[in-house]
Write a protein that binds this ligand. Sequence first.
Ligand code: X5A
Ligand code: ZN
Length: 678
Amino acid sequence: MASGTALIYDEEMTTHKLLWNDPICDIEVPERLSSSYEQLRSYHLVERCVHVPVREGSEEEILLVHSLEHLEVAKSTQTMNEEELKRVSENYDAFFFHPSTYHCARLAVGAALQLVDAVMAGKVRNGMALVRPPGHHSQRNAANGFCLFNNVAIAAEYAKLKYGLQRILIVDWDVHHGQGTQYIFEEDPSVLYFSWHRYEHQEFWPSLKESDYDAVGLGKGKGFNINLPWNKVGMGNSDYLAVFFHVLLPMAFEFDPELVIVSSGYDSGIGDPEGQMNATPEVFAHLTHFLMQLANGKLCVILEGGYHLKSLGESVCMTVRTLLGDPVPQITGEMAPCLSAVESIQNVRAAHKPYWKWLAYEDTSFLQNLSTKSHLLKKANSNPSTEDASQITNNYNTVKVERFLELHMKNILFPVPPIKTATSGSEGSEHFLPEHVQLVKEMDETEIKALVSGFYADLVKEDKTLLSLGSTFVILDKILKKEVCNGIAASPTAALSAAVALRHSVRFGFQRVLCVFVGDMQMIPNTEDGKMLIINICEKEQSRKTGCKHYISLNWKEDAGGNDFFSAVLGFILPVAYSYQPNLTVIAVGPNRSLGISGISLLVALLRGLAESRVFVVIEDTEINLMQSVAKALVGASTPPFGIYVPPTQEKVNKIKALRDQFQQEWKMLQSSVNDGT
Ligand code: X5A
Ligand code: ZN
């Protein structure tokens, strides 16, 4: 299994710059690259990455996407004087040529291809390329929006050609619509293109009809172009996450890409003068973490826009450290998408219903312009990612954003040393466990007795049971003391281990513990009810405790052979978990589990996005394959292949729908459609 993260950067790409006055283009500065790289250095991330050199993309490679004419025009600018350069630049919407532009653009293409090669050849698992000029506005025959050659599109065509790939996902989280990329792939079903973008009902540049949610692709490519328009500024962390849960991720898992490429613009981050959005840097850690679960972890992140230098730099660092497998920082802000975002989500789901199996039984209906028509409905930035952020962006001011970010990033701490997983197990079991996993010594009887003394006496009555809790205590202790980030314990009584873990962590000071129980679990009454949220996934209907907002019973039996659990995880469990914002996640796997190994691993991997990746897994059934898979998911290595995509049955979809209706007032990240008032 490939490991490591590639980082591609070459100072040469800072030589491309604007030589004359142009208020539209003057934000695309060389410092975007150099200061991002400096920021990576200062967080000691550069030395943790595998350095991969750039190269020039060849003419042949550029012609995979662009016309010969376009290439020749670009080439001819190398020897031009300023006046001539200015004249050619005026032929395009928002582009500037410098004598070094052609060379830099070829390096940007080459950097993207080097990254694809490193990932596809298995030299690294994933990576990021810091490039200029950017690419996603560039079209077959035209430069546009600071872009000369479409780096990401060329990378995708190259990967198809050189490695015979049949399914590539491009995620464009830049705040502008990559219309260039859309045009290149709109008839191509082998490339699924997703873009969200500031749109404001076509008011915002490039103001195209075809950037709206109803542009779903053409001909054979129908269904493989996904546009999520932002019709308000001020969108924040919860809006971005809601789109991932309710639109992008279900489609991506159904599509099952062999490679994921990110058109990684950070102008969708807070403080950016172009985007005017409110999403804070740590959201990019979450987005990256989600995409790492696809394509066996093969993820190529290629820089596009991003014009607030501090915001850009912090967001780049969040992305790279997540690629490296570090714990995912806690997301900040109230977890509820705004109305305008939910409207866009509802519309794009309705537009795509004919093309995607997972949407087949969802009720989707179009809803147009509601938020703009009604004066009663709240504005996007009345629900910002953080209160501080809203004060800043309401009265937009770059200096204030810088100050905000400085304070904010101090609160977003990554535990050092990163990624450590503890597990109990017999001597010699190391070699089936992935890297970064340490075996812990179990406590002896006297140690456990001393620890338990009275505090757990009502839960633990027999000495024999007590002994079995040895690994639970020792691993949990390491998690709480931040010696490790997460851990797995084998236990003959998972329900009891979970109950003890819960009490132990509440005693430690945690306010919110998320407990996900898989299989038949005996519910052990607890005194900490207010400080936990239980989601019980099992085959049999659990009648007890229903109606309580902190106990959710999800009857689910995974389809044999296939894997239909995605819809439950993405459409329900994750939105609830993100709404809850736990300090710790406990996952207990008991007997008669209704989920397979890959379903459980997916659950573990995705829940690693919560609680700064603090996860305690306790498994009653010590099946070695399950332990190994869960260990891999915990250290951030990739999850096992999911098998053939099996859409959920109508009955299952209805079950999720009912739960969503029941809980979406409480757990607001569940909202994927606007309440019609009935
Ligand atoms: C790559 C990128 C933005 C162009 C804006 C022109 N381009 N108004 O972010
Ligand atoms: Zn952009």
